[in-house]
Design a binder for this molecule. Structure first.
Ligand SMILES: [Fe+2]
Ligand SMILES: [Fe+2]
Length: 260
C-alpha cells in the first residue's frame, strides 16, 4: 500500500497548494491513504473547526499535529470528538484529545497512525520513547501497518526514534522543522525513515512566516506578530510503499512540488 504523508501545512498558502496538488499526487502514486501534519494550517498557528473541515474535504484521512495545536482553543472539543484528528500521544493525562488512531485505506486495509513529540528544545512531556513502546504494542494488535509522525526539533532525537522503532513500525517520519531533510531511507529492520518531511506552505519565507518580520526580530530582538508569508508555495512530504501483510516498508520517496 502507498501512504502519502504531507509535512506541516502552513496557513492558507499551504492549504491551497495541498488542495491543488493532492488529487494529482493521489492518482500519480496510487495513494491508498493520505496523512498530513496540520498544526500550522490556520493562519500559521493551530487549527480551527472550519479549517479542519477544509482539510478533511481534501482526502486527508488522518490529521496529525504538534506543539502549535494548542494555539486556537476552538479546536479543543474536536480533538476529543474526531478519532482521526491527533495531538502528540505523550502529553500528560488530562489534556484534550488522543495521540493515535486506526483507519482503513480505500481498499479496507487497517493502518494505525501514531503522533509523538520530542522533548529536546520543546516542552517537558512524557518520554516519547517509552510512550512509543506502549502505544505501538497496543496498535500492532489492531493493525499490521503503523506509521509514526515524530514531531520534534532535534535531529538526533528523531534519528534515535527511527532506530528505536526500526522493525516495529512501518515508518517514522519527522515533522516540525519545516525543512525537508535529504536522509530518506529504509532502515535494516524494514522501517521507512526521514528526519523531516518539510513544509507545505509559502516558499519565500522563514519556515512559513513573512521573512521581513523574522529578519527584523533577529536584528532588534523585539517581539513581533508573526504573519504567514504570501507568494508561491511548495508542497513537501513523502510517499511510503508498505507491504500490508508484514508491515515492512519497501520504499520511501520524498516529495517536493512547487507551484507551476
Ligand atoms: Fe509546524
Ligand atoms: Fe511544531
Amino acid at each position: 500500500m502507498k501512504i502519502l504523508f504531507i509535512g506541516d501545512v502552513v496557513g492558507r498558502p499551504g492549504r491551497q497548494i495541498a488542495a491543488r496538488l493532492l488529487p494529482r499526487l493521489i492518482t500519480r502514486f496510487n495513494v491508498d491513504l493520505c496523512v498530513a501534519n496540520c498544526e500550522n494550517a490556520a493562519a500559521g498557528f493551530g487549527l480551527t473547526p472550519k479549517v479542519y473541515e477544509q482539510l478533511k474535504a481534501m482526502e486527508i484521512a488522518v490529521i496529525t499535529s504538534g506543539n502549535h495545536i494548542w494555539n486556537k482553543r476552538e479546536i479543543y472539543p474536536l480533538l476529543d470528538e474526531h478519532d482521526a484528528l491527533l495531538r502528540p500521544a505523550n502529553y500528560p493525562e488530562g489534556v484534550p484529545g488522543h495521540g493515535s488512531c486506526v483507519v482503513s485505506t480505500y481498499a479496507g486495509e487497517r493502518v494505525a497512525v501514531l503522533n509523538l513529540m520530542g522533548r529536546v528544545f520543546l516542552h517537558a512531556l512524557d518520554c516519547p520513547f517509552r510512550c512509543a513502546e506502549a502505544e505501538v504494542a497496543k496498535l500492532r494488535e489492531e493493525a499490521d501497518v503503523v506509521v509514526v509522525d515524530f514531531h520534534a526539533e532535534a535531529t538526533s532525537e528523531k534519528i534515535a526514534m527511527g532506530w528505536f522503532l526500526d522493525g516495529r513500525v512501518s515508518a517514522v517520519l519527522g515533522t516540525h522543522t519545516h525543512v525537508q531533510t535529504a536522509d530518506a531511507a529504509i532502515l535494516p529492520g524494514g522501517t521507512a525513515y526521514m528526519t523531516d518531511l518539510g513544509m507545505t506552505g509559502p516558499r519565500n519565507s522563514v519556515i512559513g512566516v513573512n521573512k521581513d518580520i523574522i529578519i527584523e526580530k533577529y536584528l532588534y530582538q523585539i517581539p513581533k506578530r508573526f504573519d504567514t508569508a504570501k507568494g508561491p508555495s511548495i508542497l513537501s512530504g513523502a510517499v511510503v510503499d508498505i507491504d500490508g501483510k508484514s508491515g515492512r516498508a519497501n520504499s520511501i520517496l520524498p516529495i517536493r512540488m512547487e507551484d507551476e
